[in-house]
Design a binder for this molecule. Sequence first.
Ligand SMILES: [Zn+2]
Length: 280
Amino acid sequence: MSTTHGSIIFGYDVESASEATKGFLQGAQQLHQKHNVPWTIYVTGQTLSARAEDIREVMDEPLLSIGQHTFNHVLLKSIYMRPDDGKPIHGNSPNFFHQGGTLEQIQQEIHSTQNLIIDLLKIECQGLTGPWGYYRGLVDRPDILQILSDNGIKWIRTNARDYRDCQPTPFSEQPFFYTDQGFSEILELGVQGYQDDFYWDRFDDRRFGDSYQDYLFAMLEKVADGNLVWNVCSHDHGTVDVETFFQTKGAWIEELIIRAKDLGIRFISPPNLYTEMATV
Ligand SMILES: [Zn+2]
């Protein structure tokens, strides 16, 4: 019997290739060190090329895991968002289509980023977040899983949308190995809930209250009660300095950490969850 009451992973897309990258990384490091909570970043090749020094400044610590997010943020699968809620999505249209990369592009995107991480950060990367996230992750795409496997990727976040290709991803979507597809060494972590505050703003029905905080706290209860895993996501968007980080993303992340601790929820890194699930 487990004595834990749910698990939280923090994973951040680092993709803006701007001052916001530095502000986010510095702020997130301070926050996660203060509370002794592990965190993960998923960097695009573009951002690593432009902001390598910002990443090097925060990477030398045991709380941080580093994954990749493709080179140019190319989608691994096409998405077709059809919210059917009477509100436009990404512009003025009721629907939104974004085409995924070809297999050749995907191989190039992932392989070049693996090499760049070795060159600039001197580490081997085993994690990946698929840009935009997809309904059902890669359960229907063994061809893409093969590319990930060929590039040494072991833990991924691609299961990050609902059946409308929108959000939130239901919490019934829990981490699993792609054993049925023939890739038992690849762990899907998913992104449960919303991929960030701005997606809550667009999609949430306000059932749990008027703020993202209300939603987050309600989900914490769910995670603790059901002993679930929650992979919480955010992005280096708009966090131009540390002060801005703590006024925006950092504010709700910190409140989430404090409340999670009160509820007895633990924090874990993707590599540690991988080891734990692989040895059960
Ligand atoms: Zn992204």
